[in-house]
Design a binder for this molecule. Structure first.
Ligand SMILES: [Zn+2]
Length: 164
């Protein structure tokens, strides 16, 4: 097996969009997109050494399929639990990755953000994160609190530090 300390990286079937998003919220490196289904998905998982997540029953009949988790549930909460049962999910650094393009986010100063966000946002928000890929800006304590609440509901609340 690969290095147990490295958080798993995923290649997620295009039919599992909500699951892909929540894995990114947790901070995982997730390959996901409209082109990633069937053989394209398998090729991506193999080429990039990613754990394949799929609900495609045709795919899992392939005896040569790279390491994968077959997802049974229709519901993203249950799907996340299925993934968590198979591999340790990342708990230490949620909300550090762009939900659109998967790149890591970096701190953006309020001055830098000012021109790129509505005035009331610049006036009321303290902290901004920017995507190094698509340039999307993230802010907003409310949104963040909502996502952290959801993670707590799922039993995936962030830990102060990674467990030993
Ligand atoms: Zn982005």
């Amino acid at each position: 097996m690969s290095d147990a300390a490295a958080p798993p990286r995923f290649a997620v079937d295009r039919m599992l969009g909500r699951l892909a998003r929540w894995l990114r919220i947790l901070g995982h490196d997730v390959a996901y997109g409209p082109h990633l289904g069937g053989r394209g998905l398998v090729a991506c998982a193999r080429r990039e050494g990613r754990l394949l997540l799929t609900r495609d029953t045709r795919l899992v009949r392939d005896p040569e399929l790279p390491p994968h988790v077959f997802i049974h549930s229709d519901h993203f909460r249950e799907q996340l639990r299925e993934v968590a049962a198979a591999v340790p999910l990342r708990r230490s650094t949620p909300l550090c990755r762009c939900l659109d393009c998967n790149r890591p986010l970096i701190d953006v100063s309020r001055d830098e953000a000012r021109d790129r966000v509505p005035e009331y946002v610049a006036a009321t928000q303290e902290r901004f994160l920017g995507c190094t890929g698509c340039g999307r800006l993230y802010w907003g304590a409310t949104h963040r609190t909502h996502m952290l609440d959801e993670l707590a509901t799922l039993g995936l609340a962030p830990e102060a530090r990674p467990s030993a």
